[in-house]
Design a protein around this ligand. Structure first.
Ligand code: AMP
Length: 194
């Protein structure tokens, strides 16, 4: 941990696939000593453990759909009650993905202030290029376009929701990892008043 905030730091992070969100998220977690709350990771763990929820989520995830809001809101509510999230703070990754989730989050947080919803912005043609270069099996041209379209459809309204509340911070992610990290750090510190 390098910087510590007075009181817990609370962040939400957004970014298209291929925008470098995973890497930057890890750096945030290490730098501020906060919890990484990734709903995708939590769901994948439930699938691996074959819990009831995991069994239900498995097909939805495989088809690229979204798991229901009630389930997701419940998972996040419970996770945000844990001690680490309340003492050190957190970065929420993959949630909220719908307006109902965004509204639920503000109810769950109550008086706990959200410092920022950070969007790592990398243009569509650049993330498409990066994903094609990865050469993963599901990275066909159509697959990539479909996932990016879905992200746009689901996430843009949520970004606008945070924007309307003056909580959205956009970081230009079209650069080298270290350059983007410095921008992100500056933006987060400004939002948290550090
Ligand atoms: P991710 O790793 O964030 O891309 O999440 C992987 C998959 O988990 C998504 O494609 C969705 O099927 C599901 N998922 C993760 N987070 C959410 C969420 N907030 N709401 C609904 N489904 C989610």
């Amino acid at each position: 941990m390098t910087d510590s905030v007075e009181g817990p730091l609370r962040l939400v992070i957004f970014g298209r696939q291929g925008a470098g969100k995973g890497t930057q998220c890890t750096r945030l977690v290490e730098h501020f000593g906060i919890a990484h709350i990734s709903t995708g990771d939590m769901l994948r763990a439930s699938v691996a453990a074959k819990t009831d929820m995991g069994l239900k989520a498995k097909e939805i995830m495989a088809s690229g759909g979204l798991v229901g809001d009630d389930i997701m809101n419940g998972i996040v509510r419970e996770r945000l009650e844990s001690e680490d999230a309340n003492t050190g703070g957190f970065v929420l990754d993959g949630f909220p993905r719908t307006l109902r989730q965004a509204e639920a989050l503000s109810v769950i947080l109550g008086k706990r202030e959200l410092h920022a919803a950070v969007n790592i912005e990398v243009p569509l043609d650049e993330v498409t290029k990066r994903m094609k270069a990865r050469g993963r099996e599901d990275d066909t041209d159509e697959g990539i376009a479909r996932r990016l379209d879905l992200y746009e459809q689901d996430t843009q309204p949520v970004l606008d929701w945070f924007g309307a509340r003056d909580q959205l911070v956009t970081v230009d992610g079209f650069d080298l990892e270290d350059v983007v990290w410095q921008r992100l750090l500056t933006a987060v510190k400004a939002s948290a008043g550090i």
